[in-house]
Design a protein around this ligand. Structure first.
Ligand code: NI
Length: 190
């Protein structure tokens, strides 16, 4: 396994459409997925797409940690619960309904920054696994958001281009400081 170099905003690989994987069970794909998992863990991310490590193939990885799950107390894999590390090859997404929601996103390819991005609240997604299986799930909330964010990378789309209001773009450190101050002000105001 190896930690791979992560491409940053401005690198052309991030704005290209990635190619479908012909054989998801090929050993080279298993190696890529293992290296992506190691790279994502090293960088402290919750998702990574192959173009972010300079590989123009339709492969994404993600998980939903308990603190981002809609229902952290339910079992891993249950609706709204944490989602284990999942690899999707040649994934497809269909929105369920038209509802969208704005929330903060960040990206390992746009280090240090965060911004508010509208995403479909509920989706169904499907993809193949390196073991030759099929993933077919419905997702909502953060789970739906991370899948949409990662799959966007396969079409050369970064979250900053999805933002409704670029005024919300900022450095994570500054925004966290501002929000902490706002919370303190609210508490002081009773
Ligand atoms: Ni990203």
């Amino acid at each position: 396994m190896a930690i791979l170099k992560i491409a940053r905003l401005g690198h052309p690989i991030l704005s290209r459409r990635a190619a479908p994987v012909d054989d998801p069970t090929a050993p080279a794909i298993a190696r890529l997925v293992a290296d992506m998992a190691e790279t994502m863990a090293d960088a402290g991310g919750v998702g990574l797409a192959a173009p972010q490590v300079h590989v123009g193939l339709r492969v994404v990885l993600f998980f939903v940690p308990p603190n981002r799950a809609a229902a952290p107390q339910v079992a891993q894999g249950a609706p709204g619960g944490p989602v284990p590390l999942t690899c999707l090859i040649n994934p497809r997404i269909e929105p369920i309904g038209d509802a969208t929601r704005d929330d903060w996103e960040a990206c390992l390819s746009v280090p240090g920054l965060t911004g508010m991005v509208p995403r479909f609240t509920r989706i169904r997604y499907r993809g193949l696994t390196p073991a030759g299986g099929l993933v077919d799930r419905e997702a909502e909330g953060f789970h739906a958001r991370v899948v949409q964010h990662e799959c966007d990378h396969l079409d050369g789309m970064l979250y900053v281009r999805r933002m409704g209001d670029l005024a919300t773009l900022g450095f994570v450190e500054e925004i966290q400081r501002t929000r902490a101050q706002q919370r303190a002000d609210i508490e002081e105001a009773g």
